[in-house]
Design a protein around this ligand. Structure first.
Ligand code: UDP
Length: 471
């Protein structure tokens, strides 16, 4: 019987890519293992995700995707995205249970690796006595926050939204309560209750796999491995195996962005891309355009339509934007020598690795951060959703790889502020120092992934743990 590792990612291409990359690394470490990735139809509803799955299927036959059937009553897209993810995973539990049972009839399941947002399947894995690991697709800092959340929950009674104080978490700068993820601000939110469950279950896992590397978050990793985030019990084995990021794709050789970058001077272009679902209202789009013009810097900007106001729309839906209606009159013409505006989606990883790129206005999503660190590109932090505000504190004040962008309480950034930060990053001495530091991170990220590097050693330990299971 073949030896299988089953993986269950969460929705969103960022979550899928890190899971697939981990699968590829596991196979490269031990080619006798095969990988089965469970997917609901909601996992591959967008074009970018469907294409990605198609490419992996043809390039890596040892990774197979197991397509779970459509639910008779799938959760409704009007549900807030975070709740939708939890509901979906919960609804699939009976199917996942039967699927795991059926896989185990013909193969030895050496372990199940759950995305932390697929946490609701944890009890299913336990009921089948399967060794269960979590892949945490955020930072080591994020894992620490997640684990420590149970302690905060048990030692306080107020919601974060009412605290008006700083949250102290071992190994990290204090986080202002309102910079905690929106989904956690109120104890009565379903999303809060779901995250507390993740926090509790993660302490019971066989191992926690983290998408980060030793040189990026050393202080934080030390306090994690010292057990400071689970004061009342043992910390599961931690595996820092990152950066799990996507390599170059042959599909993109003719891409408009990469061709345009070929004609730009070295490290001269600032990239503005805001994750898989980042969208701005009309007034903010106008203001960004004004800020770009004012800064005089070269730029590559991925523009999307503003979020729909009343429509029931999938968070990942990307309708074609009408640029002339969204941007100031004449903007595209005036900036055509210095800038490129792209609609909806771009090959971000390859763009960041391009020699002409010198800065990245980033929404602080962890995959984007790692792609930038690997490529040696410094950041301007513009958090939008999920845990990104707290990531900003970590990136700017903790590991010092980003500039802080001032924004109003509702997240609005003025053209002047954007222009100032762009000039600081691209022209001034402080930006130069930041770039040098991030270039050192890039060298460390690459060193971590070669034989004998810290992430390779951690990967070997993880595969050793998977293989230690007698089925
Ligand atoms: N991405 C991309 N092109 C785009 C926008 C995003 O390839 O135009 C990719 C990006 O490279 C990253 C992922 O989508 O791998 C986004 O993940 P991240 O964790 O940064 O943010 P999320 O979308 O989960 O908020």
């Amino acid at each position: 019987m073949e030896n299988v590792v089953v993986m269950y990612p969460s929705l969103g291409i960022g979550h899928l890519i890190s899971m697939v990359e981990l699968g590829e690394l596991i196979i490269s470490q031990d080619p006798t293992l095969t990988i089965k990735i469970l997917l609901t139809p909601q996992h591959y509803e967008t074009k970018s995700t469907a294409n990605y799955i198609k490419n992996v299927t043809s390039a890596t036959p040892t990774i197979t995707f197991h397509h779970l059937p459509t639910l008779p009553n799938p959760p409704d897209y009007s549900t807030p995205f975070f709740d939708l993810v939890f509901e979906l995973i919960k609804s699939y539990n009976p199917i996942v249970h039967d699927t795991l049972l059926s896989i185990s009839k013909n193969s030895n399941i050496k372990g199940v690796i759950l995305d932390f947002l697929s946490n609701d399947a944890f009890d299913v894995c336990k009921s089948l006595d399967l060794p269960t690991y979590y892949l945490f697709t955020g930072s080591a800092f994020g894992v620490g926050m997640m684990l420590y959340l149970s302690t905060i929950h048990n030692t306080t009674s107020e919601s974060f939204k009412d605290m008006r104080s700083y949250i102290e978490v071992p190994g990290t700068p204090p986080i202002y309560c309102l910079d905690m993820p929106v989904t956690l601000l109120d104890r009565n939110f379903n999303s809060y209750k779901n995250v507390i469950k993740i926090s509790t279950n993660m302490t019971k896992a066989k191992g926690l796999i983290v998408n980060s590397f030793a040189a990026l978050e050393p202080r934080f990793m030390k306090s994690l491995t010292n057990g400071e985030h689970i004061p009342d019990g043992p910390t599961p084995q931690l595996y820092f195996v990152g950066p799990l990021i996507r390599g170059d794709s042959s599909d993109n050789s003719n891409d408009k962005c990469l061709n345009w970058l070929n004609s730009q001077p070295k490290k001269s272009v600032v990239v503005l891309i805001f994750g898989s679902i980042g969208k701005f209202k009309n007034d903010q789009l106008m203001e960004i355009a004004k800020g770009l013009e004012k800064s005089g810097q070269r730029f590559l900007w991925v523009v999307r339509n503003p979020p729909p106001e009343n429509e029931k729309e999938h968070a990942f839906a990307l309708k074609e934007p009408e640029l002339d209606n969204l941007l100031p009159v004449g903007f595209l013409g005036r900036t055509k020598e210095k800038g490129l505006v792209v609609k909806n989606w771009s090959p971000q990883g390859e763009i960041l690795r391009h020699k002409s790129v010198g800065g990245f206005v980033c929404h602080c999503g962890w995959n984007s951060v790692l792609e930038a660190m690997h490529a040696g590109v410094p950041l301007i932090a513009w958090p939008l959703y999920a845990e990104q505000k707290m990531n900003r504190v970590h990136l700017v004040k903790g590991i010092k790889v980003a500039l802080w962008l001032k924004m109003s309480e509702d997240g609005f950034v003025t053209a002047d502020e954007l222009a100032e930060r762009l000039k600081e990053l691209m022209v001034e001495e402080s930006g130069k120092k930041l770039r040098e530091h991030v270039e050192e991170m890039s060298a460390s990220a690459k060193a971590a992934m070669v034989d004998g590097g810290s992430s390779r050693v951690a990967l070997a330990e993880l595969v050793g743990s998977l293989n230690s299971v007698q089925v």
